[in-house]
Write a protein that binds this ligand. Structure first.
Ligand code: 8IG
Length: 266
């Protein structure tokens, strides 16, 4: 066992003790704008502050909660809501970024739904759009993997789960997400670069977590909420309050979508 796996197993044991749930089925990472979905997915059967579990630092970013919540769906599955995302721009340590996903896998989860708020390079896929992740570019220069961990990333975003999502909303566009380190937003030149590299969504999360999730063998669905057009695309400046506004106004719609997807994930 690697150190990271051992630390994840310790966190999973503490999570089981705190929530009373022995084994989870699905892990859910709720990014900017997605927080309301948990209430539609199931009944909360336990929760704990992330900072009270081993391996998580205490952070506060407006729009990000820090509770780990255990939900039980109507059909008896257990969903772990990872409320606390450790962003790379905060911790500068890809291993810490991946700790939540690894804990979820150690606690039995075999599926991961990972969401985020991000910028879009496509004017026709504007604020309020939900995009199905088809692939990503890890542009952080970092990785949570250590040693000779040659993880296959060919179908990191499960074709099966993408098909399921499309059966619920046939209009969901595909997207390729590029993770920058942040915390600054991109310059317009960096956004043009991202486009040339093949990305059409720009953000500060997801790719590093997906690497750890694939290493752990999780089946992954990635969903982005576009909260802004990327720098230089819309012509306006970017600020975090815009992100929060779009998240709030899109909340009910995207929460319903996410809950319907989770219901279909058996
Ligand atoms: I919300 O435009 C959100 N997160 N890098 N660029 C990057 N991250 C983001 C953006 C964006 N919007």
């Amino acid at each position: 066992m690697t150190d990271a796996t051992t630390r994840a197993a310790e966190a999973a044991d503490a999570l089981r003790a705190a929530t009373g749930v022995d084994s989870f089925d699905i892990a859910l990472v709720l990014g900017s704008g997605w927080g309301g979905a948990a209430d539609l997915i199931g009944e909360e059967v336990g929760s704990i502050e992330a900072a009270d579990l081993p391996g998580f630092d205490a952070h506060a970013v407006a729009g990000h909660s820090s509770r780990m919540r255990a939900l039980r769906t109507e059909d008896g599955r257990h969903v772990l809501v990872l409320g606390s995302r450790q962003h790379f721009y905060q911790v500068r340590d890809a291993g810490k970024v991946a700790h939540g996903v690894r804990m979820a896998a150690a606690a039995g989860a075999t599926q991961l739904v990972i969401t985020n708020g991000c910028g879009s390079t496509r004017p026709e896929v504007g604020p309020g759009s939900v995009v199905l992740l088809a692939d990503h570019i890890n542009f952080t220069g970092a990785t949570p993997l250590a040693g000779a961990s040659f993880v296959d990333m060919t179908q990191a975003y499960s074709p099966r789960l993408r098909e399921l999502a499309r059966s619920i909303d046939p209009d969901l566009p595909d997207g390729v997400y590029i993770q920058f380190t942040g915390p600054q937003y991109e310059t317009p030149a960096e956004v043009r670069m991202a486009t040339i590299l093949g990305a059409n969504l720009v953000g500060m999360s997801t790719a590093l977590e997906v690497l750890a999730a694939r290493q752990a063998g999780l089946e992954i669905l990635g969903l982005s909420l576009v909260t802004n057009l990327a720098a230089g695309i819309g012509g306006e400046t970017l600020d975090h309050s815009e992100v929060l506004d779009v998240g709030a106004s899109s909340g009910p719609r995207i929460s319903r979508l996410l809950a319907d997807i989770v219901e279909g994930m058996r």
